[in-house]
Design a protein around this ligand. Structure first.
Ligand code: 9MR
Length: 459
C-alpha cells in the first residue's frame, strides 16, 4: 500500500543560518525571547520543535477546560499538537453498544483545526476505560465488537488524525515480558494485529502506533517484549508505523539513563517513535532537558506530548510534574525545555529550489485540466497560518500547491498529499472527504509569502 506518512508532510530543513537571519526581524517585531548563545530563537514550544526537523510539541487536552481562557491561552500559544486526555477513549465514544458519541472528540478536533495543531487519537483498543457493555463481553463477540469500534471510530475521524494509538498498554509490568491478561487478550493473541489491520483499512493516511508506559528503560523486560512484538509485526507486514512511549516519570518511575538507546532501538526497527504522555515528578529541569535532547538525537523521534498544561491539570497534580504551575506561570523546566529545543541541531540537506519561489496570494489560479481551485486564507498566528482550497468542476481531482521556502507545510487535512523532491510543491489528491482541503504552513521567518495554486486536474 502506498501511503504518505506525516514525515512526508514535513519538508526537509533549510539552512539554519538563513533561517535565523531572516527570522530576526519577525521575531524582534513579535517580541520573541532572545536566548543566550543564539542570535534569535523561537519563543514557544511548538514553534521551536517545528524548527527541529518539523517535530511537534503537544499536550493532552481535557475538552471541558477549553472554556477556561487561562488554559486555552497557553494551549494556543505554546502547543502545535494535541491528544484528547479522555474524550476519544472507548467508553467516551461508544457508551452504549452501537451508539457513538463524538461530540467532545469532535470539539477537540475542531479546536485543533482552528489553531493549526495536529491531533493524536487516543485510543482505539484498550483493556481499560471500556464501557460496561464491552467489559461484560468475551470471545468472538468481543473481538467483533472491538474491531467494529476501531473501524467506526477511525472512519469517523478519517483525515483528521495524524497518529492513532491503536492499542494501548497491552503488556504486563515486571519481569515476565508477557501480554497483560484482559478480556481482549483472551480473544486470542492476534487481537493487536487485528486492531492494526482494521485501523489501516479505515484510515489509510493515519500513522498507527502501539502506545505503552514503562517501556522507557531499555533493560526492562516489558520494553524488550514490546520491541520483539514490533519487530515481529514489521517482519510479517502488520501495518504498524510508530511506537508511543508514554514516559510517565511519576508515581515512582524515573527517567532512565538509557532512554536514548530505547528510542533509537525502536527507530531502528523502521518505526517512528513518539513521547506521548510525558510528565516528571516535581518537574526537574535536568530530566526534562534530557528527554528533549534524547528525542532530538533520534531522527525518527517525531515529537513530545506532555500530559497536561498546568500542574493543576495533571492526573498527578500532587507531584507538580508539568511545565506550567497552577497559575499558568512558566516553570524552570519550561525554560529548560525551550532552551534545549532551540539549541538542537536541525537536520540539513534541504536542496535549494531551482524554480523561483512563488509570492503573492492569487485568488484566480492558472487554468488547469478540468477543474478550478481557489484559495481562502485562514487564520494567521505569529508563527504559522492556515489555508483552505476549494475545488470546483470535478469531484475527484489533484491540485498542485507551491510554498515559498523557508515556509513549510506542517499538517494537512481532507486530502492525500504527496511532495516533490524540494518539499516546496505539494500535490493534493481528493480522498473522498469533499471538495475543500486545508493545510497549516509554518512561516519560519517569512511572514509575507502565501501559497500559490499551480494547477487543478480533474480525475
Ligand atoms: O489522565 C487520564 C485521567 O484523566 C483518567 O482518569 C485516566 C483513566 O484511566 O486516564 C488518564 O490517562 C492515562 C492515559 O489514557 C493512558 N496512559 C496513562 C494515563 C494516566 O493514567
Amino acid at each position: 500500500m502506498t501511503k504518505e506518512s506525516p514525515d512526508a508532510l514535513r519538508r526537509p530543513r533549510r539552512r539554519r543560518t538563513a533561517l535565523v537571519l531572516s527570522a530576526i526581524g519577525l521575531l524582534a517585531a513579535a517580541g520573541a525571547v532572545v536566548l543566550p548563545g543564539s542570535a534569535s530563537a523561537a519563543s514557544t514550544l511548538g514553534a521551536s520543535a517545528a524548527e527541529q526537523g518539523g517535530r511537534y510539541f503537544g499536550t493532552a487536552v481535557a475538552v471541558n477546560r477549553l472554556s477556561d481562557s487561562a488554559y486555552t491561552t497557553i494551549l494556543n500559544r505554546e502547543f502545535n499538537q494535541v491528544t484528547a486526555e479522555n474524550e476519544m477513549k472507548i467508553d467516551a465514544l461508544q457508551p452504549q453498544q452501537g451508539q457513538f458519541n463524538y461530540g467532545n472528540g469532535d470539539r477537540l478536533v475542531q479546536h485543533a483545526r482552528s489553531q493549526g495543531m495536529q491531533v493524536r487519537g487516543h485510543t482505539l483498543a484498550w483493556h481499560s476505560q471500556q464501557p460496561g457493555w464491552m467489559q461484560n463481553m468475551s470471545g468472538t463477540t468481543l473481538r467483533n465488537a472491538m474491531l467494529n469500534h476501531v473501524t467506526q471510530v477511525a472512519t469517523h475521524y478519517r483525515g483528521q488524525i495524524a497518529w492513532w494509538d491503536v492499542v494501548n498498554e497491552a503488556f504486563q509490568d515486571g519481569s515476565s515480558g508477557a501480554r497483560r491478561d484482559s478480556n481482549l487478550q483472551r480473544t486470542g493473541n492476534d487481537w493487536i494485529e487485528a486492531a492494526f489491520r482494521a485501523a489501516r483499512q479505515a484510515d489509510p493516511n493515519a500513522q498507527l502506533c502501539y502506545n505503552d508506559y514503562n517501556i522507557d528503560n531499555w533493560n526492562d523486560a516489558k520494553t524488550q517484549a514490546v520491541y520483539r512484538m514490533v519487530q515481529d509485526f514489521k517482519s510479517r507486514g502488520v501495518p504498524i508505523d510508530c511506537v508511543g512511549l508514554q514516559s510517565h516519570f511519576t508515581g515512582g518511575s524515573n527517567y532512565p539513563s538509557n532512554y536514548r538507546t530505547t528510542l533509537s532501538s525502536f527507530a531502528a526497527l523502521g518505526v517512528d517513535v513518539h513521547i506521548t504522555e510525558l510528565d516528571i515528578r516535581n518537574a526537574p529541569s535536568d530530566a526534562y532537558r534530557n528527554v528533549v535532547n534524547d528525542c532530538l538525537a533520534v531522527a525518527r523521534c517525531k515529537g513530545i506530548t506532555v500530559w497536561g498544561i498546568r500542574d493543576s491539570d495533571s492526573w498527578r497534580s500532587g507531584e507538580s510534574p508539568l511545565l506550567f504551575d497552577g497559575n499558568g506561570n512558566k516553570k524552570a523546566a519550561y525554560n529548560a525545555v525551550l532552551t534545549a529545543l532551540n539549541s538542537g541541531t536541525s537536520p540539513t540537506g534541504n536542496p535549494t529550489p531551482t524554480t523561483p519561489p512563488p509570492t503573492g496570494n492569487p485568488t484566480t489560479p492558472p487554468p488547469g485540466g478540468g477543474c478550478t481551485a481557489s484559495i481562502t486564507p485562514g487564520q494567521v498566528w505569529s508563527d504559522r497560518y492556515n489555508t483552505s482550497v476549494t475545488v470546483s468542476g470535478a469531484s475527484t481531482w489533484s491540485v498542485v500547491v507551491a510554498i515559498t521556502a523557508p515556509q513549510k507545510i506542517s499538517s494537512t487535512w481532507s486530502g492525500n498529499p504527496t511532495w516533490d523532491s524540494s518539499g516546496n510543491v505539494m500535490t493534493m489528491r481528493s480522498n473522498g472527504s469533499g471538495n475543500t482541503f486545508g493545510f497549516t504552513t509554518m512561516m519560519n521567518g517569512n511572514s509575507s509569502a502565501r501559497p500559490q495554486i499551480r494547477s487543478c486536474t480533474a480525475g
